[in-house]
Design a protein. Structure first.
Lengths: 474, 350
């Protein structure tokens, strides 16, 4: 069930009406949200519901035991076992084929014949990367004593499976979201103006921008890069930068808007990422819920940046390589993670350098814009790794950039969508806040009419049928 | 100095929000009856779908007579006009029309100019008698036609493999999520004649059918997949398509469907393959190609396969349906051998 569909609209209205009508019975209210979340997941693939429930139960059991257990050694063992089980499940479903084929190819290279080997056939459950990360967050936060409420089965299951974030995030943290679930949502303080704004902006980004850029520019060029010229390749790369931002942040916006209407608040997942002036800042602005998860549960436990520049570089490298691999079982993603790790390490070295030239450049008035431009293009090169169908294709794509030739005529519609896609991120928050405030002061009927008109415009101007969100595959 | 803070929007009580959303639902039902009807029409063909369509059609006709559908029509017209102003029609990537999200991604014929030794380099050689624009033809045309099985890695791999002498020009006519069972959603038989007239392909490589194992509606009759009459109805459509493709003397390579990870989908695909193979025997100029031997193992679905160098390569995508780049490469290599070695129309041009 995709967000921008009639099916989701009907599903959401039903859940909204039933959930709020049960607000005085907190238990029934949560059971309803949980069942709705499982129905939402089952709509994708009901066969993996037991897996989702199993992982959630594991997290709840380990989380609750950690809250009760006082013996330090037992707590450590319990946490290690819980995380190992959750990660083993992720590896089994997502990476076994990839690791096995790589291992057998290595054997082949070493002259051993792995004939008669049959690689495992495993289906990738939708959203597994997200719900396993939720489960780990619950266990680690419980271990660290950061969850201010006691973990129980119903709350824990709902935290992992809550449908707005179930398929593609944002990745919620147990210590901040479980307390929200524990207390019933307040029916007198619903942030509906922000919710409707998020849903509208998310739909515009997904339906009017990402889908158009993908269908008209990015997919055709990336599917035939061997025949494309430098201008086309360059536009397609910028196009993909705009597409993936609009697609993913649009998804997050609609998820956050849906949750707000049900009375729950999720953290922001994007903050104008292409305005970043360094790779480091980019990761503070892009897919924030993942980068902060990796920082808190992987980079810092590894030692973070406290153990000297070499160890920091190694920690960054490992974090980014695993972060890349999290996106998919393919070398393209590992290379993408590695590319970002190199960028982060180089930037650290540059920022710490006390040589005259870097200091002068950093102090110049133009540096802010130069570094912004450099960072954006660094990220764009990274997107080539990310979007390429195979590692062979990365080089062919980059080669297309050097193929000077005219370009196929391209309409201004696509360029317009591309420009708007990149510019959507710079709308000043204060302007949005003012608009939201004005909107909320209108008579309710007019507010309803305005939101309906926005939906009508998006549907009528947008293309028919909307492609799945990019992040569903992770 | 602290940044200026805007006044925060007020928070809503539940009755307020219910009134607001109620207004939205009523407004949308009144203004979007046409969109809702289209949505119902695109659902899988079934008895429930037929009733939904009939209810929504009645509502739509009533609301249309009252003028409620006008805002949507005007918006769409304005959108189309704006798109045209911005040059939508001049764009080959937009040739399928602005309104369709999955456009017939028809790329204007492009000479594939790749020197095997030099790799992917542009070539400025063009026949002096031919206009020298980039999109002008230089050789026999090959039309790559199909749904998402052809889009992406397969068409890309074929394009790269065909980049040898005699350098055919490639025309892509790819539309994802289409087939022959739902002409009400996308009608290949309507799209093809002008395309064939314009491009006059010598060879058509076609991969369709992955979306077709579903119910068919013929007039008022609903024919469920697997029930009596479905096979002959579908075979009729396949044959008509093959005849349309060969009408101007083109040779057609019709690719069968590979085994799918989902067992019942795989069974359905096998059923369709049987129909394709039968139809190909009955229409002159069409050859059916079974891809099972290339991307499957003993007729069964596999994600990884050992290639000719003995290395494991991923031949299918995570979804268990589409070809991964290495799988597409295996198929395209085989296709190109077939084209150049088995007396294809392109072979004659050498």
């Amino acid at each position: 069930m995709l967000f921008p569909t009639v099916e989701y609209g009907i599903f959401f209205l039903l859940v909204f009406a039933l959930a709020w009508s049960l607000r005085r019975q907190p238990r029934a209210h949560k059971v309803l949200l949980l069942l709705a979340s499982y129905a939402f997941y089952g709509f994708w693939d009901w066969r993996f519901l037991p897996l989702l429930i199993g992982i959630s139960m594991l997290a709840v059991a380990v989380g609750r035991s950690l809250q009760l257990e006082r013996n330090a050694r037992a707590r450590k063992a319990l946490l290690a076992a819980g995380i190992a089980l959750a990660l083993a499940t992720l590896v089994a479903f997502k990476y076994l084929g990839f690791f096995a084929s790589t291992a057998f190819n290595l054997l082949e290279l070493l002259g051993r014949d792995p004939s008669a080997v049959r690689l495992p056939e495993i289906v990738l459950p939708v959203g597994i990367s997200f719900f396993v990360f939720h489960a780990i967050s619950l266990m680690v936060d419980a271990f660290r004593g950061q969850i201010p409420v006691s973990v129980n089965v119903l709350d824990g299951l709902l935290y992992v499976a809550f449908f707005p974030q179930l398929i593609a995030g944002p990745i919620l943290r147990a210590h901040s979201f479980l307390p929200q679930i524990a207390a019933p949502p307040n029916p007198d303080a619903i942030d509906a103006a922000a919710a409707l704004e998020l849903i509208t902006i998310g739909l515009v980004k997904k339906v009017l921008i990402a889908t158009v850029i993908a269908a008209r520019l990015v997919d055709p060029v990336f599917d035939s890069f061997g025949e494309r010229s430098s201008v086309e390749a360059l536009l397609a790369i910028y196009g993909y930068a705009a597409q993936i931002y609009c697609d993913f942040s649009g998804y997050s916006d609609i998820a956050m808007g849906s949750a707000l209407l049900l009375g729950y608040r999720m953290p922001a997942n994007f903050d104008a990422p292409y305005l970043a002036t360094s790779p480091r800042e980019f990761w503070h602005r892009w897919h924030i819920s993942l980068s902060s998860w990796l920082r808190d549960y992987l980079f810092i436990p590894l030692g973070g940046s406290r153990r000297g520049p070499r160890r920091t570089a190694a920690n960054l490298g490992l974090t980014m390589l695993l972060g890349g691999l999290w996106h998919g079982a393919a070398w393209t993603f590992v290379l993408w993670g590695g590319f970002h790790a190199v960028g982060l390490v180089l930037h650290r070295w540059w920022a710490a350098s006390s040589a005259a030239f870097p200091r002068l450049l950093r102090a110049s008035a133009q540096w802010r814009w130069i570094s912004r431009l450099l960072t954006f293009h660094f990220v764009c090169v990274g997107w080539v790794f990310f979007r390429a169908p195979s590692t062979d294709a990365i080089w062919e794509l980059l080669k297309a950039l050097g193929r000077w030739r005219g370009m196929a005529p391209m309409s201004a519609v696509v360029l317009f969508a591309l420009a708007v896609g990149l510019l959507t991120q710079i709308c000043p928050p204060i302007l949005r806040a003012r608009l939201r405030c004005r909107f909320s002061e209108l008579p309710l009927i007019l507010q309803g009419l305005a939101f309906a008109t926005a939906l009508l415009l998006i549907e009528a101007l947008g293309p028919q049928g909307v492609a799945p969100f990019i992040y569903f595959q992770f | 100095m602290a940044p200026p803070r805007a006044k925060e929007a007020r928070l809503y009580t539940l009755p307020d929000l219910a009134l607001l959303l109620g207004t939205v639902v009523v407004c949308l039902f009144l203004l979007e009856s046409e969109g809702l009807l289209t949505w119902a029409q695109r659902m899988e063909v079934s008895a429930a779908q037929a009733s939904a369509v009939s209810v929504l059609r009645t509502a739509n006709e009533l609301l249309k007579s009252l003028g409620f559908t006008r805002p949507r029509e005007v918006t769409m017209q304005l959108g189309d006009r704006l798109a045209q102003r911005l040059g939508a029609e001049a764009d080959p990537l937009l040739a399928g029309g602005w309104r369709d999200s999955k456009p017939l991604s028809y790329s204007a014929p492009e000479p594939v100019r790749i020197d095997e030794k030099e790799g992917l380099e542009p070539s400025d050689e063009a026949s002096p008698s031919e206009p020298t624009t980039e999109t002008e033809a230089t050789g026999a045309a090959v039309l790559l036609l199909g749904d998402s099985m052809m889009a992406g890695s397969l068409s890309s791999a074929i394009a790269l493999s065909l980049a040898r002498d005699p350098k055919p020009r490639l025309v892509r006519a790819v539309q994802t999520a289409t087939g022959l069972t739902r002409p009400d959603v996308f009608d290949w038989m309507k799209v093809l004649p002008p395309l064939l007239e314009r491009e006059k392909p010598a060879l058509v490589i076609c991969s369709l059918g992955a979306n077709d194992a579903t119910n068919i509606r013929e007039g008022d009759r609903l024919i469920e997949f697997g029930h009596a009459g479905w096979r002959s109805a579908y075979a009729g459509r396949v044959k008509a398509m093959m005849q349309a493709l060969t009408a101007r003397g083109a040779r057609v390579l019709w690719l069968g469907l590979p085994p799918m990870r989902n067992a019942s989908f795989s069974e359905r695909a096998r059923h369709l393959n049987f129909i394709f193979a039968q139809a190909a025997k009955e229409v002159a100029g069409v050859e059916y190609l079974d891809v099972e031997m290339l991307v499957a193992r003993e007729g069964e679905y596999v994600t990884f396969i050992r290639n000719s160098e003995g290395r494991f390569v991923r031949v299918r995508m995570e979804d268990g349906v589409h070809y991964a780049p290495a799988g597409a490469k295996l198929i395209s290599r085989w296709l190109v051998d077939w084209i150049y070695e088995r007396g294809s129309p392109l072979g004659a041009a050498r």
